[in-house]
Write a protein that binds this ligand. Structure first.
Ligand code: NDP
Length: 405
């Protein structure tokens, strides 16, 4: 029997999830899209109907408010909640799910609005609560985290006896024509990028100044790009689950214009997350900046170019050293053609839909709170190929690298 699905969050990612669930309506059944601003849900629902013929319901909800969420979940009789609001809402939505006995999925790690630090601690702490209620929570089912975790599990299952080092690479070579804009929620994006870098080596976390480590990686189909070491949340679960791991790092590409603007905004205090007084009123600088910057959802029709996200892994197989790069390339314009969204929203929304599909089909199902790499990667990898995110495996010489500078 088709399910009932509740999607929370009607931003760039929510748009893609709504489209992709509608395109798999035989699984997702009755779909409701709810968010803080009802008009955004209605606009998405109208586009989905025009393009796919599928009617989705809409609702207004404040996802910081547990009783409101509980009421909505009960009203929609949802079997699963796909949370694509902001990381700040993860805990309230998880609590509403456990109160109503409904499965939960998100794409981003909980972050407290007052501290720019991602951590799984509070979400993992809900494992018992979910187990007792007989439900499942799948954490981080976007691209990174999400597909990158599945790539690691796939590498572990098919290519290595032991993986020694992993570099997760996130390259966005898209151009939206603005001197400065962010491809997903500006507040979350700028908090992530301006935070201290961190990577894991020989059992310890090593902290770096923001953007202190730069390497030039040569991305297949894109070419060499400046890439900066950042902390990224999937590393916290991967160090627990990947056998023999000695080091894991995360690199993201940034262009000169983005970095120049970001540094200037940081230097004048515009990335601040603490309230400041302005003409007798309290404002949070980064929230005000968000109001000024282009809405990421509006970048869709203007963005050209490709993304290449993957994992560069070294380890051993049958006693011999081995090096591979598993990656996925998306084209911003093709994504827009299909679901009216640029590739950053697309590459997040499609894996969210796939994770939810595998949960509803009980292909990936285990009570408690889980990360992506805990499950068999094969069904997820097959879905990626058929749902719009085809991937490749590049086998390199054992000593070869994609770092060119
Ligand atoms: P947007 O800012 O475009 O959208 C967020 C949506 O959530 C908006 O519709 C917003 O409503 C809604 N929202 C915010 N607060 C509340 C609330 N209290 N109650 C109800 N709705 C609320 O962000 P994106 O679509 O770009 O990103 C969505 C999520 O995806 C984020 O958590 C982001 O971190 C994650 N992400 C994950 C990636 C991955 O690869 N794993 C990559 C990119 C993003 P309103 O319109 O009223 O503001």
């Amino acid at each position: 029997m088709p399910a009932k699905t509740l999607i929370i969050g009607a931003g760039g990612v929510g748009n893609v999830v709504a489209f992709k669930c509608a395109m798999n309506a035989e699984i997702f059944g009755e779909i409701t899209l709810a968010s803080r601003t009802l008009s955004k849900c209605d606009a998405i629902a109208s586009n989905v109907k025009k393009r796919t013929g599928v009617v989705i319901k809409t609702a207004q909800v404040d996802a910081d408010n547990i009783p409101e969420l509980v009421k909505l979940i009960k009203k929609t009789k949802a079997d699963i909640v796909i949370n694509v609001a902001l990381p700040y809402q993860d805990l309230t939505i998880m609590d509403a799910c456990s109160q109503t006995g409904v499965d939960y999925l998100d794409t981003a790690n909980y972050e407290h609005p007052d501290t720019a630090r991602f951590e799984y601690k509070e979400q993992w702490a809900k494992d018992e609560q979910f187990k007792k209620a007989g439900m499942m929570g799948l954490l981080g089912s976007g691209f990174d985290p999400g597909v990158t975790n599945v790539f690691c599990a796939y590498a572990q299952k098919h290519y290595f006896d032991e993986i020694h080092t992993i570099d997760i690479l996130d390259c966005n070579a898209g151009d939206h024509g603005y001197p400065f804009a962010t491809n997903f929620n500006p507040e979350i994006n700028l908090r992530e990028v301006s935070a201290k870098g961190r990577y894991w080596e020989n059992g310890k976390w090593i902290e770096t100044e923001p953007m202190a480590i730069k390497q030039v990686w040569d991305y297949p189909e894109i070419g060499p790009k400046d890439s900066y070491l950042l902390y990224h949340e999937e590393m916290e679960s991967l160090v627990k689950h990947i056998k023999g791991l000695k080091r894991i790092r995360f690199f993201m590409t940034f262009g000169e214009s983005y970095l120049m603007h970001m540094r200037a905004l940081e230097n004048v205090g515009m990335l601040g997350i603490k309230p400041v007084k302005h003409k007798g009123q309290e404002i949070i600088p980064i929230e005000f900046l968000k109001t000024l910057l282009p809405d990421p959802a509006s970048l869709g029709p203007r963005t050209k170019g490709k993304t290449n996200i993957g994992i560069f892994a070294k380890g051993v197989k049958d006693g011999k050293p081995r090096t591979i790069y598993i990656y996925q390339i998306s084209d911003h314009e093709k994504c827009y053609e299909e679901v009216m969204a640029q590739a950053v929203s697309y590459t997040t929304g499609v894996p969210a839909m796939i994770g939810a599909k595998l949960m509803l089909e009980k292909v990936w199902y285990e009570t408690g709170v889980h990360n992506m790499e805990e499950f068999d990667p094969d069904p997820f990898m097959e879905e990626l190929n058929s749902q719009g995110l085809p991937w490749e495996v590049m086998e390199l010489e054992a000593e070869e690298t994609l770092v060119v500078g």
